[in-house]
Design a protein around this ligand. Structure first.
Ligand code: AMP
Ligand code: MG
Length: 343
C-alpha cells in the first residue's frame, strides 16, 4: 500500500480540502488515517466499525488489552457515546475542546474492542483545527491512539508517522509540528472527583483546584486500577537511556562511560546545561537541546522528537537530563522515566 502525505497546514488550500475529503472517504469505508492533534499525531478509524478498529491494533502492533480513545467533534457526539456525570460536564466546560480525555461509562454503541472489553470508554474532543476538520469530514466518532508503532515514542511530526507506518496506511494528514508534544491527560470522570490515569498538559494541580481533589490511580488512597495502557513499556529509543538531574551528573556519567570505552553517549540537555558542557569541551554534535530548564513546555514539545533522533544517530547510550516533576514537568517525567526503563 502506498502512503500518501497531504499538507493541511492551510485548511483552505486546495490540497487540504482534497485531503480532508479523501480522509473522510477512507474513514467511512473502514480505512486508517494519520492526523495531527494538539497533543501528538493520531491514527484514526471509524469507532463504530470493529474491523477498522482491529486494523488500528494490527498496524501499530498494539496489544489488544490496551484500549483506544474515541475522538469527537462536539460535546453532543460525546454524550451519545458515554454517560456524562456532573463531574464530566464540569470538566468538559472547562477543558473541551482540548487535551483532556475522560473515561466514562460506555453506552455500548462502539464495539467492545475499542475499549479492550471494558465497560468504560475514553472520549476526547480535540481542539486542533485539522483534527476537527477531519472528524467533521468523517461524520462519525473516530477511535485513535497515537500514530506510532507500539512501544516507540509518539509522533509529533507527520514524518514520524511516515517513519513508523509507511506502507501500512493510505493517508497521513500533515498539520506541521504539534503544539504540546505529549499525549492527553486521561482521567476517570465517573465519580465525584477525577482520578488521574495519565498525566498531561492539563495538570493534576489544575484538576485538584477545579474539582477539590484528583488522586492518581494506583496511589494508596485510590481504589481504582490504573489505566491499562500505562503498564506497557513506552516511548523507548533503541539505545539505553540514563536519566540524570543536572549537567554535573551528565558530565560525570559521560566521563565514566567513555572510560569504559563505550561509544560516545548522546546527551539530551537543557539549553543551559548544553552551553555549560560545550564550554567544558563536549562536542556540540553529541548534544541535543530540549529547551530551557525553566520551561517544561519546551521539554514536552521536544522530548519525543529527540528520542527518535537518538535512534537515527544510532546512539547506543543516551544521557537525559530530568526536570522537576511539577506541573507539566510531571507529564514529561512520566514519559521520560518510561523511556528509560529497562527492556
Ligand atoms: P494512546 O491513545 O496510545 O495515547 O493511549 C490511550 C490511553 O488511554 C492508554 O493509556 C489507555 O490505557 C487509556 N485508556 C483508553 N481507554 C480507557 C479506559 N476505558 N479506561 C482506562 N484507560 C483508558
Ligand atoms: Mg500511544
Amino acid at each position: 500500500m502506498e502512503t500518501k502525505l497531504c499538507d493541511i497546514q492551510n485548511l483552505n488550500s486546495e490540497e487540504a480540502l482534497r485531503g480532508l475529503e479523501q480522509a473522510g472517504e477512507i474513514l467511512r469505508s473502514g480505512g486508517l488515517v494519520g492526523f495531527p492533534t494538539e497533543t501528538v499525531y493520531g491514527l484514526g478509524a471509524n469507532a463504530f466499525d470493529a474491523e477498522a478498529v482491529a486494523a488500528i491494533f494490527a498496524a501499530k502492533g498494539r496489544p489488544g488489552d490496551n484500549p483506544l480513545i474515541v475522538h469527537v467533534a462536539s460535546l453532543q457526539q460525546a454524550r451519545e457515546l458515554v454517560e456524562f456525570t456532573p463531574l464530566a460536564e464540569k470538566l468538559a466546560e472547562c477543558y473541551w475542546p482540548g487535551p483532556l480525555t475522560m473515561v466514562l461509562d460506555s453506552r455500548g454503541l462502539v464495539p467492545a474492542s475499542v475499549s479492550a472489553g471494558l465497560s468504560t470508554l475514553a472520549v476526547r474532543f480535540p481542539s486542533h483545527p485539522g483534527a476537527l476538520a477531519m472528524l467533521r469530514a468523517a461524520e462519525r466518532p473516530i477511535a485513535a491512539p497515537s500514530a506510532n508503532l507500539s512501544g516507540r515514542p509518539s509522533p509529533t511530526l507527520a514524518g514520524h508517522v511516515l517513519e513508523d507506518l509507511q506502507g501500512r496506511i493510505p493517508l497521513i494528514l500533515d498539520g506541521g509540528p504539534v503544539e504540546i508534544g505529549l499525549e492527553s491527560t486521561v482521567v476517570d470522570a465517573r465519580g465525584e472527583y477525577p482520578i488521574l490515569l495519565r498525566p498531561g498538559k492539563v495538570t493534576q494541580d489544575a484538576l485538584k483546584l477545579l474539582c477539590g481533589d484528583c488522586p492518581a490511580a494506583g496511589q494508596a488512597d485510590c481504589a481504582r486500577p490504573a489505566s491499562p495502557g500505562m503498564k506497557y513499556r513506552h516511548y523507548a529509543p533503541q539505545g539505553q537511556l540514563f536519566l540524570v538531574k543536572n549537567w554535573r551528573e551528565a558530565e560525570a556519567l559521560r566521563h565514566s562511560l567513555l572510560q569504559e570505552e563505550a561509544p560516545q553517549p548522546l546527551l539530551l540537555l537543557s539549553e543551559e546545561s548544553s552551553r555549560e558542557l560545550q564550554r567544558r569541551g563536549v562536542p556540540e554534535t553529541q548534544i541535543i537541546s530540549l529547551g530551557s530548564e525553566e520551561e517544561p513546555a519546551d521539554f514536552a514539545h521536544n522530548l519525543f522528537a529527540a528520542l527518535r533522533e537518538a535512534d537515527h544517530r544510532g546512539a547506543g547510550y543516551i544521557i537525559g537530563q530530568s526536570i522537576p516533576a511539577i506541573g507539566l514537568g510531571a507529564a514529561v517525567m512520566n514519559r521520560y522515566t518510561k523511556a528509560a526503563s529497562k527492556k
